[in-house]
Write a protein that binds this ligand. Structure first.
Ligand code: ADP
Length: 313
């Protein structure tokens, strides 16, 4: 964990120090491009956030976010600029092999630029689109890395709140990195739950968020369960044609797992998708679940069926 005062914007860096080329992806207000740092030829990803759109969105009550693919904003009272500042502050503080590194950020009149470690093999959404479904072996390799990143975040009091395929990126060597801290939240040590209302992406949203209850680390655990089912079946378990339909299935806990899932996969998914957040295992307990030790030579399993929610230090 990096410490000290976070420099929000670097004044001596500017976009002319980079050669910006092909587009890698698009988000709500941002486009992400490959860029070459001219001083040392380092290839990076440059996320360019349109300042005008950002400011307009503040005045329009977030209309473009209210669809199936995009996150629902975490709080209508928080401005998008505040959220961007929070994203940069949190992202800048974290450093882990399974988290995309934020190398720098600066702005000019048109854009805020985030200079990120390049993940040249794109995101898991595109990867899964090509492959349709993944084997348990590959799902295990991918999600184990997500779990490692989340263990790091949760142990530092950070909720990601938007774990989903398009926010999980693949490096040149197909290592997995967690990206996009746009909905992340650092919880003060004295308060382990946040009361902000709707946030997340409908298919991955937890029942506590869908019913606008306080939420905490268990909400990322829920999204992890959704991720595992999506990788194995090619489809999120609560998917319907409408946001309303999906949220209603989520709150009623209506899902079915294919009988082809191994016992370990079924047990892990069922535990992560428990409606009551306190009944889900912590991310540390998930790391030790037999699903993850099946192909590995780890000897001891500390997973316990009757896990109760444990406070993270
Ligand atoms: P937003 O926060 O606006 O949703 P994201 O940060 O999720 O934007 O980025 C949008 C897309 O851009 C991602 O889904 C991914 O395809 C691509 N992308 C983002 N960061 C990187 C990166 N570091 N390396 C490669 N591609 C990236």
């Amino acid at each position: 964990m990096r410490s000290g005062i976070v420099p929000m914007f670097s004044h001596d860096e500017k976009i002319s120090h980079y050669e910006v080329s092909r587009m890698l992806g698009k988000g709500g207000f941002a486009t992400v491009h490959v860029a070459r740092r001219k001083s040392d030829d380092l290839l990076v990803a440059c996320k360019m956030i349109d300042r005008k759109k950002l400011e307009q969105e503040n005045n329009h009550n977030f209309p473009s976010y209210q669809n199936h693919r995009h996150p629902i904003p975490s709080s209508r009272s928080t401005s998008m600029l505040d959220r961007l500042n929070a994203e940069i502050t949190i992202h800048h503080q974290v450093k882990h092999p399974n988290i995309v590194e934020l190398l720098n950020c600066f702005c000019d009149d048109k854009y805020v630029y985030l200079i990120l470690e390049l993940c040249s093999n794109g995101d898991l959404e595109h990867y899964l689109q090509e492959k349709k479904t993944l084997s348990e072996h590959e799902t295990r390799n991918i999600t184990k890395q997500v779990v490692d990143g989340l263990v790091y975040l949760h142990s530092h009091g950070i909720l990601h709140r938007d774990i989903k395929l398009s926010n999980l990126l693949l490096t040149e060597t197909y290592d997995v990195k967690i990206a996009d801290f746009g909905l992340a939240k650092k919880l003060p040590l004295t308060r382990e739950q946040t009361n902000e209302t709707m946030c997340g992406t409908p298919n991955y949203i937890s029942p506590e968020i869908a019913s606008r209850n306080p939420h905490s680390f268990a909400t990322d655990v829920w999204s992890l369960g959704i991720l595992i089912v999506t990788l194995l079946t090619g489809r999120p378990p609560f998917d319907t044609d409408t946001v309303h339909g999906t949220l209603s299935k989520v709150t009623q806990e209506k899902y079915e797992l294919p009988t082809t899932f191994s016992e370990e996969a079924q047990d892990l998914v069922n535990s992560t998708l428990r409606k009551t957040p306190e009944h889900r295992p912590t991310i540390m307990e998930i790391r030790d679940h037999p699903f993850f030790s099946k192909d590995y030579s780890r000897s001891s399993h500390s997973y316990n069926e009757s896990n109760s929610y444990q406070k993270l230090s």
